[in-house]
Design a protein around this ligand. Structure first.
Ligand code: NAD
Ligand code: ZN
Ligand code: ZN
Length: 343
């Protein structure tokens, strides 16, 4: 192989990514070099490139954190992963392993963590570095394009649904039917929940029904909350918010049943209105949820490997990244775009 690779690089917040040749990185001790076969494009990558959040990545950087591929080289001291293994590089690039969060199975909250495509170069490139102890194990010969979105959109919604504590037979409302939401609907159905999905366009509501939602409601309808409360017989037991919209966060609180939990995973910049009286008197739980642990990731991958969830993907090439970002921005991307790399 030549020692150069193709990569999409962010040099300036809010500007298009530039397509460049970069040296193929070399795996340090404990790291693996992954030849990527596919990388999903998450709305988080757009937030990263736009510099939307309080803690910004250091420029320049390569975004991408839904990378699926094959290990082609191992650094020294790597155990449990070998050349030729199918692995995934996800948002949690690595964590310290020794803090109170790491030691209690909450490595996603480690304050010393690094994130792929944010603090560490990500997967919008032919090759990327993974930490051997944190890469996802994928089934040999899996469909990499299908599997890539599970590495963030899949695990985040699988975990977020569980964080609502809604049980089989109960109702969950899923707000936002994009890359995350269309998988959330399928996980929720596979977990035995009744699903009402909300988004703002007819195309997204049709996608929700295709993914198995029992009902689809326009979030833009003035009586959206009332419709959900009627459908669910008094409010959804759990609400999962994946929408990139602050208004959706406040709306979600109106949809939840007494004693229910709203799990927030969308990350639009800014804040939202919270009606204190309703939250208190209805004993509502408002909970953030961030990706999932390695164990959550293994479970989320198993659902996909067993065919219980299947990402709806649009295959693209690396050089289409700026077009995909434009469509993510204006909400016209159907479900998930996935970059397919040459084998
Ligand atoms: P996406 O752009 O594919 O989907 C967002 C969806 O929200 C779109 O379908 C859009 O039409 C819909 N939407 C917009 N306004 C709405 C409204 N008012 N009501 C209902 N739906 C509305 O994005 P994605 O890749 O699915 O990511 C969604 C969000 O989740 C992003 O903010 C991303 O950063 C965040 N995220 C969080 C985590 C986490 O661990 N918490 C992980 C991954 C992504
Ligand atoms: Zn993501
Ligand atoms: Zn830690």
């Amino acid at each position: 192989m030549s020692n150069l690779m193709n990569a999409a690089v962010a040099h300036q917040f809010g500007a298009p990514l530039s397509l460049e040749k970069r040296p193929i990185p070399y795996p340090a001790p404990g790291q693996v070099l992954v030849k990527l076969r596919a990388s999903g494009i998450c709305h988080t990558d757009l937030h990263a490139v736009d510099g939307d959040w309080p803690v910004k990545p250091t420029l320049p950087f390569v975004p991408g954190h839904e990378g699926a591929g094959i290990v082609v080289a191992c650094g020294s001291g790597v155990r449990g992963v070998r050349e030729g293994d199918a692995v995934g590089i996800a948002w949690l690039h690595d964590a310290c392993g020794g803090c109170e969060y790491c030691e209690t199975g909450w490595e996603t909250l480690c304050e010393a963590q690094h994130n792929s495509g944010y603090g560490v170069d990500g997967t919008f490139a032919d090759y990327a570095i993974g930490a051997a102890d944190y890469v996802a194990r994928l089934p040999a010969h899996c469909d990499f394009v299908q599997m890539a979105p599970i590495l963030c959109a899949g695990v985040t919604t699988y975990k977020g649904i569980r964080e609502t504590e809604a049980r089989p037979g109960e109702w969950i409302a899923i707000c936002g039917v994009g890359g995350l939401g269309h998988l959330a609907i399928q996980y929720a159905k596979a977990m035995g929940l009744h699903v009402v999905a909300l988004d703002v366009t007819a195309e997204k509501l049709a996608l929700a029904r295709d993914c198995g939602a029992d009902a689809a409601v326009s979030a833009a309808a003035p009586d959206a909350i009332e419709q959900v409360r009627t459908l669910t017989g008094g409010g959804a037991h759990g609400v999962l918010v994946t929408a990139v919209s602050r208004a959706a966060f406040s709306q979600a609180i109106g949809m939840v049943r007494r004693r229910g939990t709203v799990s927030f995973v969308g990350l639009p910049p800014g804040g939202f209105e919270t009606p204190i009286f309703d939250v208190v008197l209805k004993r509502i739980t408002l909970r953030g949820s961030i990706i999932g642990t390695r164990q959550d990731l293994a479970e989320a991958v198993a659902f996909a490997a067993e065919g219980k969830v299947r990402a709806s993907v649009e295959r693209v090439h690396l050089d289409q990244i700026n077009d995909v970002f434009a469509r993510l921005r204006n909400g016209t991307l159907r479900a998930r775009a996935v970059i397919e790399f040459d084998a």
